[in-house]
Every structure is written in C-alpha cells, then in structure tokens.
Design a protein around this ligand. Sequence first.
Ligand SMILES: Cc1cc2nc3c(=O)[nH]c(=O)nc-3n(C[C@H](O)[C@H](O)[C@H](O)COP(=O)(O)OP(=O)(O)OC[C@H]3O[C@@H](n4cnc5c(N)ncnc54)[C@H](O)[C@@H]3O)c2cc1C
Ligand code: SF4
Length: 382
Amino acid sequence: MGSDTGFQDFDRQDRTYLPVEERKTNYREFTIPLTTKELANQAARCIDCGIPFCHTGCPVNNIIPDFNDLVFTDDWRAASEVLHSTNNFPEFTGRVCPAPCEEACTLNLHDAPVTIKSIEYSIVERAWDEGWIRPQIPARRTGKRVAIVGSGPAGLAAAQQLARAGHRVMVFEKNAKVGGLLRYGIPDFKLDKRVIDRRMAQMQAEGVAFFVNSYVGHNVSIEALVDDYDVVVLAGGSEYPRDIDVPGRELQGIEFAVPYLAQQNRRVSRENLPAGLDTSAEGKHIIVIGGGDTGSDCVGTTNRQGAASITQLEVLPRPTEQPDKLLTCPTGPKSCVPPRPTKKAVTGGGRCSPSRSRDRTGRSTRFMASSSIGRMSTGAGP
Ligand SMILES: Cc1cc2nc3c(=O)[nH]c(=O)nc-3n(C[C@H](O)[C@H](O)[C@H](O)COP(=O)(O)OP(=O)(O)OC[C@H]3O[C@@H](n4cnc5c(N)ncnc54)[C@H](O)[C@@H]3O)c2cc1C
Ligand code: SF4
C-alpha cells in the first residue's frame, strides 16, 4: 500500500460529466476523466484491506488493491498487466460496469468508496494510448478448431482466451457488426463503438476470425458447425423481451426497448435499418416502463431524439436516499437522488409518488414508483 493516510488526506473525487445541454445534442460519450495526479490521489485512498471486499464484489475478481497501488506509485504499465490478468476488456467494464466493487469497498461504509471504476478506465485507456496493449499471439497452435456462436462480450471473451491458448477460433455473428448488446443495446453515449472495433483488431491479429451476417440455424447450418469444428461454443445471449399482460398492450406506439435502442445505434453508425423499423421519439410524449439500466438508456435516447416529455415508471418502491449498506451483490445497495420539489407530473396513478431522478445522461426525469405497472399503464395510457 503506497500511502498510509491517503483515505484521510483526500476526499473521494470521481469523473465529471459534460453539461447536460451540450451532451443532449449528440450521442458521444460525455464523461471527463480525472487527471493523472487526481488518479494517483484517488488510488492513494485505498487502504489495501486484509480482506479486500472490492475483489470479491467484482464479478471478474479484478485484483483491485494491487492496481490501485501501482497507479499510486506511477507504474501504469504494471497496473495494466494486473488489470488484464483478470479482465479481457477493461475498456468495456470501465465504461458500463455498475461497479459492485465500489459498493463492496470498505470505504463505502462511510459513503466514499475508492473510485475504482474510474481508475480502471484510465489504466486501460492509457495502456491503449501508450501502445502497451498488443496482440498476444500464441507460441504454439493446437490444431483444434472452435466455432463461437455470438459476438457479445461472452463470445468475445471466450474467443480471445481460446485463441491465446492456441486454438483456431471463428466467431459467427448474425448481425452486420460484432459486439452483441455492447454494439446494439448500450447507446453510444455510454459506450463509443470504436472501442469495440479497437479490441476486435487486436483479436483478429491474435488469430480470431469474425463472420458477420452469419445466422447459425438460418444461413449457417448447425450440422456443418458440429461436423467441422472440435468444439462449438454457444454465446447467443438472451434475446427474448419480457412482455407485460395488461389491457391496452395491443395499442400502437408500444415498443420493446432493445429493438428501439438498436435502431438508434444503427443510425449513429450509419447502418441500414431493418425494413419497417424506423421509430423516433421526436416531438412525442414518452413513457418508459422500467427504471433499470435499459430504462435509463431509453430515457437518454428519447431525450436526445427530442421527445416532448419523458415519464419513467418503476414497479419497485422508490429507493431510499440512504442505501442499506448491509445489502450486497446481487442485491446491491440502491439509493435515489434526493427529489426536487415538483408538481404532480402524470395523472391516473393515484397511489404513485412522483419525484425527479437523474438518468446517467444527467437528464432530470419524472420518476414514479408504483406497486403495479399494470395499473399505471392503464391509467396513464401511453
Ligand atoms: C439496453 C441495455 C443496456 C445495458 N447496459 C449495461 C450496462 O450499462 N452495464 C452492464 O454491465 N451491462 C449492461 N447490459 C447487459 C449486457 O449488455 C449483457 O449482459 C451482455 O451484453 C450479455 O452478453 P452476451 O455475450 O451473453 O450476449 P449478447 O451481448 O446478447 O450477445 C449475443 C450475440 O449473439 C448473437 N447471436 C444470437 N443468436 C445467434 C445465432 N443463432 N447465430 C449467430 N449469432 C447469434 C446476437 O446477435 C448477439 O450479437 C445492458 C443490456 C441492455 C439490453
Ligand atoms: S475494499 Fe476499497 S479500500 Fe479495501 S482494498 Fe478494496 S479498494 Fe482498497
């Protein structure tokens, strides 16, 4: 541990955001990274716990105290090596991971965890800038052939590990571009798609071959894959949306989130839209049902498309302003931005409590917690 007193010497400081009015005008990422000096101070706050709860809070068990220390001692290259030893794609997680490591951090007991996610982001971006991330070409080929179906983060991580182990890896993706929901679900303002292309190029140099517009079970036969490859990895994700069975569900103008978000991502990357799919929120009054990450992405996207109003409905009770620290992953402590005084926003939901919440784009949105989305949908009417 580099500093004995860092957690007392420095307050928590995190990345900031571009002004709302500026970022609403485009789909670009809007975080402003910390400087090298600020990052060293933040890394110095880590107390290198005997039992590092951050490490087990992290779904990929990133070795967080070690890379914090290496950032503090200005050995960024070694920090990148430690980070990549457990995580194939820190540039994705440093942008969009919900950071359960920070929820688990000992310093979160008094609401000021180490800014682990921002440190992770800066380590990997610096490693790319400095040219430290190079193809890792295996010294020996095994002669085995592996087919991977699906190029989301699961398929990509499997492909990279298997290629580095010396196997011939081929990834089959039904869409026109690689990345799964990183590409077609998560909006560009949270994850710039050039970040995926940059990693793909490294993987191609490591020997991974990508076949796009290759829909296994349709234009690529399953039998051919099973016959031609030693192993077939299924990494097709989970593509069925959860519907709600309420009166009025059959009305026009109700969209599932992912096809809607995918359209906008395709527009940003100048891809052709699938026939019959061209929806925009411009000038419309929008209701987003669901208050999680996907709902938040819909708020950010409809906002950028110029919606006349956006109302977000959530079936769970409104989170408390102070999280319950004893709740841990996967039931992460949740808290709510304190509401600002506001007029009652939407009619028809008598028992809901309207408040304002901030989505990750910084947009202040009407937010209503209810015990029944069905009742809200019927009452408010989309
Ligand atoms: C809108 C949205 C926002 C999200 N935001 C976040 C976030 O901020 N942070 C976070 O951690 N997680 C987020 N997630 C969750 C995250 O994106 C998923 O958990 C992750 O992408 C799952 O990875 P995967 O590789 O299993 O599947 P996917 O990403 O779904 O990839 C599966 C791939 O398989 C392809 N495929 C399927 N069937 C076939 C076939 N027969 N032939 C060929 N290809 C096929 C699909 O086209 C797709 O490209 C979000 C999800 C959504 C929908
Ligand atoms: S829990 Fe927090 S303070 Fe402890 S080692 Fe992890 S990052 Fe450092």
